[in-house]
Design a protein. Structure first.
Length: 227
């Protein structure tokens, strides 16, 4: 197992968690119940936001590596149609998602997940030109790299309603700056880069690091990045 694999499952889980919060607003409704709204409600239930059912909707994953595949498995369990764009297609990925072009993914997806690395060709890929290719009311999830997104363009799209909501665990500069336009954008959840931070994941990082050091001292290097 490599260090890159230490957070595979939890990062996929976190991506889905961001989406589920957008769809059902668990935290908000918990707060309203505890503030007395349900107790004083004339009806037996209420909801302050539209509830979104994911069944039958289309998810697009940009970057179908280990983390993208972990997310795809969860989306398949929800009976969503899963599309993927990746410069390097794999047999494992093809079992979990239908590979399409990037423009097809933008056009067909109700939800878009960013699970790709930050390269010159991916930096700023979520910009006003590509957002215009997306469905009206699309949801964007990014717990990969903040620099994949042109933040002012996303904020504008959120405020106009072109993008219904965004769930972000990363931003372009971390810690976030007070003038980041996403802080005041509509329907934007931002968490402080904690997708990887479950205790089990952090323990795997430490265990892998110790194993790598032991292997190096024994003359048997593993997880080398220069080969």
């Amino acid at each position: 197992m490599s260090i890159q694999q230490s957070g595979t499952q939890i990062v996929g889980q976190y991506a889905l968690g961001l989406l589920l919060e957008i769809c059902s607003h668990y935290g908000h409704h918990d707060e309203t119940v505890k503030s007395g709204k349900w107790e004083n409600n004339d009806d037996w239930c209420y909801w302050d936001y539209p509830m979104i059912e994911l069944y039958g909707k289309t998810a697009g994953i940009i970057g179908l590596g280990r983390i993208g595949q972990a997310t795809a498995k969860l989306l398949n369990a929800l009976d969503m149609k899963v599309l993927a764009y990746d410069a390097y297609q794999s047999e494992a990925g093809a079992k979990l998602a239908e590979y399409v072009s990037l423009d097809e993914l933008f056009a067909q997806s109700d939800v878009i997940f960013l699970h790709c690395p930050l390269f010159p060709e991916t930096e700023g890929m979520i910009n006003k030109e590509n957002i215009a290719k997306m469905k009206d009311g699309v949801i964007l999830i990014n717990n990969s790299r903040g620099q994949l997104v042109v933040e002012q363009d996303l904020a504008d799209a959120l405020n106009s309603g072109k993008v219904y909501a965004a769930g972000l665990d990363v931003v372009s500069t971390e810690p976030i700056k007070g003038d980041n336009p996403l802080l005041k954008a509509k329907n934007c959840i931002i968490t402080p880069h904690i997708s990887w931070a479950a205790q089990a994941s952090r323990q795997r990082i430490m265990d892998i690091t110790v194993d790598n050091i032991k292997a190096f001292l024994d003359g048997n290097t593993v997880n080398r990045v220069n080969k």
